[in-house]
Ligand binder design. Sequence first.
Ligand code: DAH
Length: 339
Amino acid sequence: MINKIKTLLEEVKEWKAADAAGLETLRIGYLGKKGEISQLMNDFRDVAAEHKRETGLYLNRLKETAQQKIKELKDALDESVATPNDVDLTRTAYPQPLGTRHPISTVKKEICDIFGRLGFSIAEGPEIEDDWHVFSSLNFAEDHPARDMQDTFFIRHDPEILLRTHTSSVQTRVMEKQQPPIRIICPGRVYRNEAISYRAHCFFHQVEALYVDKDVSFADLKQALLFFSKELFGATTKIRLRPSYFPFTEPSAEMDISCNLCSGKGCPFCKHTGWVEILGCGMVHPNVLDNCGIDSRIYSGYALGMGIERITNLKYQVTDLRLFSENDIRFLQQFESAN
Ligand code: DAH
């Protein structure tokens, strides 16, 4: 029996396993219930008493060596899985697709940053609003035709709860709580009951700016607009103001910038006028200040509002508004370098 054990001991030392399955075959073949070593353990009972001691020592050595060898082979296999020999660790990594900021978020941040440099801080308000904050406080009379300018999603009547149609509602929210000086920029999503097409959507994004203090004048507004336009569209950008009407500003204006596609020469994008409209603005109507508890005899202010989608279209020539909300990765990936 001792000779048999010695032979097996030599075999065990030579064990090799190419993979986990090979190792398991070895284990079962030797240490399994009917394996060679287990068989010897059974036969040990019949060994003559005077040989028991020596045989026992050999048998134990065989069993321990086999177990030790199995463990070594297993460790070696695990290690080779973790760092296969054929992996070149110095090779350049595979390109990993990176998530990117949504173009609307990129432009929103850019707009807020520019106004941030003028001392404006960000203010936000709720998307579900009441009539007071969206219309009445902003000088829309009860039966004023201006209310028809915006098709509203109403959630409840009496009292009227609705989805805000513009971010001007944040003006009221801030002015009700805070006395001037007020210098805020309010980005947010707004809703209008429009049929969805390439040029209209039932939700979109706006940025509103409001500055109220003593002696704020139209000249201050114009200077802020010029600074903003040059920062966003480039130093050669020109602006022009056209008289307009909003119930919450007096006087009111719409601002055009020189078309940044044709540098003002005229192209299909600007309908050959050389100008494109980008925002509405004006001096805050005294009624709005008074409605919010700010004395219009002491304070004055300017406000402006613009659509982020429109600005993004101008910057990146996106021709279909729906792309902004469809989350098509092929569209979004094109803005990787814009971040
Ligand atoms: N709230 C206007 C709109 O949704 C945009 C606007 C125009 C905002 C003039 C203003 C402003 O603050 O002064 O069409």
